[in-house]
Design a binder for this molecule. Sequence first.
Ligand code: UFG
Length: 330
Amino acid sequence: MTARRFLVTGGAGYVGSHCVLALRDRGDEVTVLDDLTSGHAAALPPGVRLVEAQVEDAATLDAVLADGSFHGVFHFAALSQVGESMAEPLRYFARNTGAAITLIEACRRHGIGGLVLSSTAAVYGEAAAQPIAEDTRPNPSSPYGESKRAVEAMLHWAWTAHRLPYAALRYFNAAGADPGGRAGEDHRPETHLIPLAIDAALGRRPPLRLFGTDWPTEDGTCIRDYVHVTDLAAAHLIAFDRLAGGPVTWNLGTGHGHSVRSVLAEVERAAGRPVPVELAPRRPGDPARLVAASARAQAAGWRPRHAALAEIVSTALDWRRSHPGGYGQC
Ligand code: UFG
């Protein structure tokens, strides 16, 4: 396939940077638009142009898109913490939903071929039936989920009125790191289970606070569907390439749930050291169980190739070991 040109918003962030790697590995040309508030310039591979700006900056966005014929846009730039969104809902609607209006309008103006949205399983809220398929009615239980659900709705109506093709990709729990060690997870502050458990095992953080052991699950801890970030990146490329067939909404997960305790056991096995744990109350907003049915993506040819929890944890561990200070200190 001949090289194509893409704009990746939030391309210096965790999932975005892995998508940039996948595009560059395929030989595509990439421009990243990122304000670097949570992304890292060091996460970008050579040959990628970085425009340091927010998506809301319509003038810069216009200038970037006017500068060349982009085949498509991958939109990752967003706030993504459920807990933070409960405290600051309006900021989430402004940064996630409001910014997307600017982006969608710019895509229209510049005749962009399609937009792939980084969405989330948080659009479902507490779904009764598991695994969750895409026809489950969205019922977000946080402003974060609601802000992404609103972007999906805008894309639907923009498609209906203006024929801007789109894919909404609802991730379950993104985890792991580039198997080649080129990128990894560096959130500040970090709130996710696997990097926190690894750093606790390596003695770099205090004991992991285990949020609840009285959930209605087999071992009393929450069940999540951890999906390798490199598999997520691959799904974006597949989704873009089939946009000619019309809009898609896909769940991205492995279909296998792992309890918090089983993740901790895997981290201990991989690190060869115990994960110090402190029992803590349930974290508000946590659903007991979130497992994906990803039949739609799989029917389009997507396979989670790094689905084993051991591989997810070992790639994350390798990256934390080689980057003890994250992107700040290598
Ligand atoms: N957990 C702990 N202690 C910690 C951190 C997490 O016990 O210090 C537990 C949580 O309670 C949860 C599980 O580990 O049961 C996973 O928690 P994460 O914070 O790693 O991930 P979440 O499931 O809360 O959220 C992630 C993304 C969201 C997305 C959601 C959708 O961060 O953006 O998956 O599945 F919406």
